[in-house]
Design a protein around this ligand. Sequence first.
Ligand SMILES: [Zn+2]
Length: 288
Amino acid sequence: MRSIKVAAAEVITDKMTFHSDYCEKHTYTRGSEDVVKPVRMMVMNGKVICPRCELEEESKKLQKDLESQIEYSQRQKKFNTLEKRSMFRDRTVSRATFDNYDVSEPEETKNKNRMMDLVKHLQQGEVFNIFLQGHPGVGKSHLAYAALRELNVPPDPDNPKDNGRSCLFINMEDAATAIKDSFSNKDSKYTEAYVTQLMGEADYLVIDDIGAETGSEHSDSKASDFIHRLIYKVTSARQDKVTIYTTNLTSEKLYQMYDSKLVSRITQKQQYIIFKDTSDKRKEALPF
Ligand SMILES: [Zn+2]
């Protein structure tokens, strides 16, 4: 232990020696006057430096680094929306990418390529909506999440004006359940106002499994008033933004569940991706 300390001290004395010059930049206050306090310069690794100036420079640099880190983490808020604010219970969806979308049938290949192509257009700034329709288990949510992942790009650290884009994945049934719970649970943050605002503000929004929230897929009933109100508000706020819908419902079912005005809202500026032939992947995984 002792020999190491001695060695270190020798290195320092070897590299740092006092110089005969003084730095005159530093002052202290005496009464109402600033008085220069000369600081003895040093020779460090062959360079003449003022230790006070070096320290001040270093602390300025640290301060600046810290400020830019805080500023950047503020700018990342939008980027973090997808991970922090999305609402869905099926956590397998959060691992979905285009790469791990399993294609075994021609329709899947076609639809995956079409989705990837549409994402490229969105990345170039085009604004339209995407409607993925087909029976359960064909991977509509997977493709929708994979699209968001591509669109969710962090802000450029070197461009202070770039705040990035926000993406959000909302499963309609899970969101509806959370809002309904907030009616009686005063501590819940998932109020109708909160969820509506969240869904209205996202730059890219997936509304997953629209229609399932009514619980009436296999009956003739209509969506409740609050669901109508929610979708109206969200679509009003999103007229110039991109929304991706997934649904098991046929157009006939959509018109049965929602007001026709609402259906025309949902189906505005749509690009359709339809699954007709693909089999249910979740069923295939079971041996019986
Ligand atoms: Zn100095």
